[in-house]
Design a binder for this molecule. Structure first.
Ligand SMILES: O=C(O)C1=C[C@@H](OP(=O)(O)O)[C@@H](O)[C@H](O)C1
Ligand SMILES: C=C(OP(=O)(O)O)C(=O)O
Length: 405
């Protein structure tokens, strides 16, 4: 097994960081480009493996599309292939075969798709056999994954009857749905989102336009953590915008409570240290990818942190609630878990002597725990997991004085 030993002798960080661009924006823009008959020009496409996989599979003529561990790639390509009536087998890693797809498959079946599961009902792999649109009305449960909804939204204008998507229950990860609609709007699509949570999209064509993908706010979160834990810090993150399409921009307000200020200029955002509050309480329903970063920041600062709205964490790259609990407890920090939705990271003194972090094939475990190296050297198992969203993460750490062996 590969292990990195990460440390930071001076505990002071300064520099400009050109983050990898957003895989969420990239994967949407690529699907829109593939659905459009017009010239759609995209700049700054993400180097993330999830996006590189999307690009490769969009060009592929193979019947089987293996998305590896990329959730958006699985969900968006499922709807895309169906809309094209393309005979396709969708598959992915072992973990991907445990991540639910039933809500999306049921929705596609209800509008005319014939889809057959090849192993376990409700999970990849499955076979998309045929599609002829029989109905434009579809009902989708909103509290499991917004990716099913984004997938349906993007194909909607290209379907002969369009789509009326009725969202039911609580709608989680809402900013990701808004990102999808805002990108569609940029390429000429109009839609109506009613008070009763019904999104209607008439048949229309995606129009010619150009878009430059923004840096990744989820990746930015690790830099907020680095600034919070460093003794001295001045970091500028390039190509991030105050008015972002990405919901993880919420890290700005979150980290104001945990010791980091943000100042935007026309190049990006400058992070500096400020005083942290003494306790922390936040609902991550709409920014689930930030939860691991914040759990570790609370543990490192010795602040009690109540993290709510974590329901979707159990079905991501790993069971992230269990992973946070296990790894922080190894470091002497008690974590109370309340059902599937909430954890409390208890205040205490983190024990990093001999600390080794298991990353559970989850990029965010590696990146969330790496900033602890500012307090004491830490070992990170399977460091290559960062390829999924932020391939140059470790090079960026070296750029600001982290030592990696
Ligand atoms: O649409 C997207 O780009 C994403 C939506 C979120 O997933 P859920 O909607 O499943 O929470 C998020 O966790 C994921 O990293 C990316
Ligand atoms: C959950 C994530 O990605 P996905 O669901 O697209 O695999 C993530 O990047 O944290």
């Amino acid at each position: 097994m590969e292990i990195y030993s990460v440390s930071h002798p001076s505990q002071a960080v300064e520099g400009n960081i050109a983050l990898t661009s957003s895989k969420s924006e990239s994967n949407r823009a690529l699907i829109i480009q593939a659905l459009s008959q017009q010239q759609i020009t995209l700049d700054n496409i993400s180097a993330a493996r999830d996006t590189q996989t999307m690009m490769r599979l969009l060009k592929s003529d193979d019947q089987t599309l293996d998305v590896l561990d990329a959730g958006t790639t699985m969900r968006f390509l499922t709807a895309f292939s169906t809309s094209k009536n393309r005979d396709t087998i969708m598959t992915g890693t072992e973990r991907m075969q445990e991540r639910p797809i039933k809500i999306l498959v049921d929705a596609l079946r209800s509008i005319g798709a014939e889809i057959e599961y090849l192993k376990n009902d409700g999970y990849p792999p499955f076979h998309i056999k045929s599609f002829e649109q029989s109905s434009e009305e579809v009902s989708v449960q909103g509290d499991i994954s917004s990716q099913y909804i984004s997938a349906l939204l993007m194909i909607a204008p290209t379907l002969p009857k369009g789509l009326k998507i009725q969202l039911t229950g609580e709608v989680a990860s809402r900013p990701y749905i808004e990102m999808t609609l805002q990108l569609m709007d940029m390429f000429g699509i109009s839609y109506n989102w009613s008070d009763s949570n019904c999104i209607s999209i008439a048949p229309q064509e995606y129009q010619e336009n150009a878009y430059t993908i923004e840096s990744d706010w989820s990746g930015a979160s690790y830099w907020y953590s680095i600034v919070a834990l460093a003794k001295e810090a001045k970091i500028k993150l390039l190509n991030l915008r105050d008015n972002s399409l990405q919901g993880d921009r919420a890290i700005v307000e979150i980290m104001e409570q945990l010791g980091v200020s943000s100042t935007f200029d026309n190049e990006g955002v400058v992070l500096q240290k400020i005083e942290a509050k003494e306790s922390f309480d936040y609902d991550f329903t709409h920014c689930p990818d930030l939860a691991q970063t914040i759990a570790v920041v609370c543990a490192a600062l010795g602040i009690e942190g109540r993290l709510r709205g974590l329901k979707s964490l159990r079905i991501k790259e790993t069971d992230r609630i269990a992973a946070i609990e296990t790894e922080l407890q190894k470091m002497g920090i008690a974590v109370e878990v309340f059902g599937d939705d909430e954890i409390v990271v208890k205040s205490g003194t983190i024990q990093l002597d001999g600390a080794r972090v298991d990353t559970y094939e989850d990029h965010r475990m590696a990146m969330a725990f790496a900033p602890l190296a500012l307090l004491h050297s830490v070992e990170i198992e399977e460091p290559d997991v960062v390829q999924k969203s932020y391939p140059i993460f470790w090079d960026h750490l070296k750029q600001v004085g982290f030592e990696i062996k």
